[in-house]
Design a protein around this ligand. Structure first.
Ligand SMILES: [Zn+2]
Length: 260
């Protein structure tokens, strides 16, 4: 349960105030493990960014093919890829790439770092977004253990930002693929962190974030017996409102920001 005295709880109204996430950038790359990772909270911020004319690209380590118990991976992967592309389109994202790592057993290591570094060099973002790389989700959700794929992809993303800027790490990216180093990433913003520092106003993007999560229909069908629209709205509106006490009373998406 939530401990109201815990200073790391993003929903604790007496916790430190969250700062507005920097907005002086043009290109972002969002790197997560699974289809729906960005829709569970982040999409309202993405809608806000694309409304402002910024470019956002999604990069998924897996196709989420192990996510539905009743659907075999060979069928599930393409289904979830379609749902992810539809969810991205709702918030103004037209480029969605998949690295094809195996769902559920993504390994932190040089292969994953290299794949992410290659994408950073291709897309040249100033802001990189990822999902909680820490062991747990923090006190707001009872300290629940985070998934191994999220931990691996989040940590590899934080590390790959440095790799992307160094020509001598993964030299094959330049020699074999013509990918010049890109050292222009200024921040990594981690969504779902138990220790957030910044936030983005979710007011304008909240309805579209609901619609974005709703695109994952095949997945939601097995996740909940409830009306999918009611489920998505309650979850996302509740999460955004929970951040409000630490962000001037405004519903928001919280991030832990790592400047470079
Ligand atoms: Zn996930």
């Amino acid at each position: 349960m939530t401990d109201p005295t815990d200073p790391t709880d993003p929903t604790d109204p007496t916790g430190p105030r969250l700062e507005p996430l920097p907005a002086d950038w043009q290109r972002a790359l969002a790197v997560v493990a699974h289809p729906d990772d960005l829709e569970y909270g982040c999409a309202a911020a993405v809608a806000d960014w694309t409304d402002a004319g910024k470019e956002v690209v999604y990069l998924l380590a897996t196709r989420g093919e192990a996510g539905i118990d009743t659907v075999a991976p060979a069928e599930c992967g393409p289904l979830r890829e379609r749902e992810q592309r539809a969810g991205a389109a709702v918030v103004g994202v037209s480029t969605v790439e998949f690295l094809g790592h195996r769902d559920g057993v993504v390994e932190y290591g040089t292969e994953l770092r290299r794949d992410i570094a290659a994408a950073i060099r291709r897309h040249r973002p100033e802001l990189v977004v990822t999902l909680n790389h820490r062991d747990t989700w923090g006190p707001a959700v009872g300290g629940a253990w985070n998934s191994p794929d999220h931990r691996a992809v989040g940590r590899a993303t934080l590390d790959a930002v440095g790799d992307a800027g160094n020509r001598w790490i993964f030299p094959e990216l330049l020699a074999g693929h013509g990918l010049e180093p890109w050292d222009g990433v200024r921040w990594v913003a981690v969504a779902g962190s138990p220790t957030p520092t910044h936030a983005v106003d979710a007011t304008a993007g909240l309805e579209r974030s609901v619609l974005s999560l709703l695109q994952h229909r095949g997945y939601l069908q097995v996740l909940t017996d409830r009306n999918p629209e009611v489920y998505c709205r309650e979850f996302l509106v509740g999460a955004a409102r929970a951040v409000a006490p630490r962000f001037g009373g405004v519903p928001a998406v919280a991030f832990e920001l790592f400047p470079r």
